[in-house]
Design a protein around this ligand. Structure first.
Ligand code: DHB
Length: 380
């Protein structure tokens, strides 16, 4: 949706195929942290108005361990950059509206999409539209932004793809709670009983997560058990107390690292989760997708303006540099903050040492901060 908008701003026409309905995509709950570069891009491209009003900028983030909170001063360590909490489905709502207001074409409810002739000058998309009619769309280029389970990635011949995967032995149990936030800033908590994360959605709604068994379902977590675990994992002697409230949404999130190389084949370019997955600990998923389509929009603009394909030819290489940085950061945050079942006392001490180091050393804190707020985009 963002790619379609960025292309439109440069006078390039596109059609978005979406398998779900507008209502469904606008209601699907996802993460909520926007990097500085994502915020800037949404603002510069004229879709940041509601985000500026309703989003919550944070200049710091808290790491909590040994019963104490330690603040990383993001802005001070990164020359004034920050993160903004504004849920992904709100970004989607703003982008859908922006496209439809400008006459953009989004085909909702399409089914059975297949990608054809990708290695020719005229690739095609074949699909059933929402009324069940078979359609074929001839394209100049196809952007595969259809997620981890989409058809785009498997449309690249397997002999030309290399895939890198790590599956973590835990998941996150996420809840939405009707209660005012207990804290001004996000809290990432490390505890023997497992990781916990305190985030927010609005002055009335908190978003909380706790490390769980990846096979858990909502039924495994009655409200009492959720509160007991959250209180235990966030406990301390500094007076911090979580605010309880009505839990009105529960769900389990799987944890996986994944990258495919290359991210392009013929006239198909993969972007976002179709090409890479990060565990949610670094809050990078949406931001990486935004960074991908930013590179792709610049490359396609260069081609339509001048006929040059240099940027497009380098799309995969350029995008993968940022992808692997975010993969490392997300894996590192995940490894530092979670309880591993086969963890030895040695490993536990290493985690605590790392946490102390990133909260006590300015250099180490700056490393966390610059990755967390997002490294500046490189336009080479
Ligand atoms: C949220 C999600 C994350 O993955 C994260 O690291 C921080 C916050 C959220 O949904 O608010």
């Amino acid at each position: 949706m963002l790619l379609a908008h960025l292309l439109h701003l440069r006078g390039i026409d596109s059609v978005v195929l979406e398998s779900r309905s507008r209502e469904e995509i606008e209601a699907t709950l996802r993460a909520g942290v926007l990097e500085q570069g994502t915020v800037d891009l949404l603002n510069e491209s004229g879709v940041g108005e509601r985000m500026r009003r309703e989003g919550m900028p944070h200049e710091g983030v808290i790491l909590r361990f040994d019963g104490q909170s330690h603040r990383i001063h993001l802005s001070e360590l990164t020359g004034g950059r920050a993160i903004t909490v504004y849920a992904q489905h709100e970004v989607i709502r703003d982008l859908v509206k922006a496209r439809l207001d400008r006459g953009g074409r989004i085909l909702f409810g399409v089914k059975d999409v297949s990608l054809l002739d990708l290695d020719t000058r005229q690739p095609k998309l074949r699909f059933h539209d929402k009324d069940g009619a078979l359609q074929e769309l001839a394209c100049d280029y196809i952007a595969g932004c259809d997620g981890f389970h989409g058809v785009s990635r498997p449309s690249i011949p397997s002999r030309l793809r290399r895939e890198f995967t790590r599956v973590y032995p835990f998941g996150w149990f996420g809840i939405l709670v009707e209660a005012p936030p207990a804290t001004d800033e996000l809290i990432y908590a490390y505890h023997d009983r497992g990781f916990a994360l305190v985030s927010t959605r609005s002055p009335q709604i908190q978003r909380l997560y706790l490390q769980c068994n990846p096979n858990n379902t909502a039924g495994d977590w009655p409200d009492d058990r959720i509160w007991e675990e959250l209180h235990a994992r966030l406990a301390g002697d500094d007076g911090f107390r979580l605010t309880e409230g009505r839990i009105f949404q529960k769900g389990v999130i799987a944890m996986r690292s994944f990258v495919v190389e290359p991210m392009q084949y013929g006239r198909l370019f993969l972007a976002g989760d179709a090409a890479h997955i990060v565990p949610p600990t670094g809050a990078k998923g949406l931001n990486l997708a935004v960074a991908d389509v930013r590179v792709l929009a610049l490359a396609l603009s260069e081609f339509y303006a001048s006929g040059r394909t240099q940027l497009m030819d380098r799309y995969s290489e350029t995008a993968l540099q940022r992808v692997w940085r975010a993969e490392h950061f997300s894996w590192w945050m995940t490894s530092m903050l979670h309880h591993f079942h086969d963890e030895s006392p040695f490993h536990h001490r290493l985690q605590l040492s790392q946490l102390r180091y990133v909260t006590e050393s300015r250099a180490a804190a700056a490393m966390l901060a610059e990755n967390y707020v997002g490294l500046p985009f490189r336009d080479d």
